[in-house]
Design a protein around this ligand. Structure first.
Ligand code: FRU
Length: 326
């Protein structure tokens, strides 16, 4: 009997340090347990475009059959990914985009739409009048550009809402803490701080609290990740006024990768749904996602158990063969 072919999937991650991306990797690994003839080669670029480019090269050198990539920045990766694609290695873009048609599938949320949803929420929350600080993710990455575009588009419907300051938080909590601390004046004048992700909104709110600022400032972010210390919990605690679910797409990426490698058809643009999370729906959503998290832990435990059993079975089988043969 011939063994099934073993495929190597390379995954190049722009950074692996935050909870959202750890969740993405877990989502991938869980899906991989259903596809035993696939292995994952994983590289984490730690926010460095140069490092990520050389990691892509090293994945190609290791003979990957397919590349999944979340490119740190848009422009520098266009040529790199075109070259991989031209070699006949299928490419799946995850969460962040590039400016070329050289890919098999894009999987991610609709970031322009999420920006619009944030604009609508803030416009209505402020009853059409107020001042906003916008904290950007890395400006050269596609989700930041698209979230900004959608947000501003929507705010045009509210002529009495002004964005008084734009800050560059580069998606990172620590960067935001520095940037915001040097812009306290702008913060004092604002009614709402909108950050392109939750960790930045939370970082800003920490600075706000530490400086003992008195006037009301509301924080809005994006991701709405379940689990302790993340967006959903912050909405429950009243630290964030609202956030928007941004699914990781990890599971879909693996599923799509297996379909591509097995010659099946795939949808080229796979846009994952978002939803506004605020005081009105947080209880139901949190109950649901807590349950899902618990089930995922069960699945992971079961698959570890199966691995152990397989190991025991293999070694017993070998002993048996040995005994019969001697
Ligand atoms: C995580 C993250 C998320 C954000 C996404 C955008 O690294 O910053 O918070 O939604 O990347 O690419």
């Amino acid at each position: 009997r011939t063994q099934p072919e073993i495929y190597k999937i390379g995954f190049s991650q722009c950074t692996g340090g935050d909870e959202w991306r750890k969740t993405m990797l877990n989502d991938m690994k869980r899906e991989l347990t259903f596809h035993p003839n696939y292995t994952l080669l994983y590289e984490d670029a730690g926010n460095s475009t140069a490092r990520q480019i050389s990691q892509v090269q090293s994945l190609v050198d290791q003979g990957i059959d397919l590349l999944i990539i979340s490119p740190n920045e848009t422009t520098p990766f266009t040529k790199v990914i075109e070259a991989v694609f031209k070699k006949g290695i299928p490419v799946i873009l995850l969460d962040r985009k590039i400016k070329t048609e050289s890919y098999n599938a894009y999987i991610g949320g609709d970031n322009v739409e999420i920006g619009r949803l944030a604009g609508t929420f803030i416009g209505n929350y402020l009853k059409g009048r107020g001042r906003v600080v916008e904290v950007w993710g890395l400006p050269s990455s596609s989700p930041a550009q698209e979230r900004h575009r959608g947000f501003r588009e929507e705010l045009r419907k509210f002529p009495n809402i002004r964005v008084v300051k734009e800050l560059n938080g580069q998606w990172e909590r620590d960067t935001v803490r520095h940037v915001v601390a040097s812009e306290l004046k702008a913060l004092k004048e604002a009614d709402v701080l909108f950050a392109h992700n939750d960790v930045m909104a939370l970082g800003a709110s920490e600075v706000w609290k530490q400086n003992g600022l008195q006037h009301q400032l509301d924080f809005v972010g994006i991701d709405a990740l379940p689990g302790p210390n993340a967006g959903m919990q912050a909405i429950t605690n009243g630290v964030l006024r609202a956030s928007f679910l941004y699914p990781t797409g990890g599971e879909e990426a693996i599923e799509t990768a297996t379909r591509v490698l097995e010659g099946k058809s795939v949808k080229r643009e796979q846009i994952l749904n978002s939803i506004q999370v605020d005081a009105s729906n947080i209880r139901a959503l949190k109950a649901q996602s807590d349950k899902l998290l618990a089930q995922q832990v069960d699945i992971e435990r079961q698959s570890q158990r199966i691995d152990k059993l397989t190991e025991t079975y293999t070694s017993q089988k070998n002993t048996l063969y040995f005994t019969l043969a001697s």
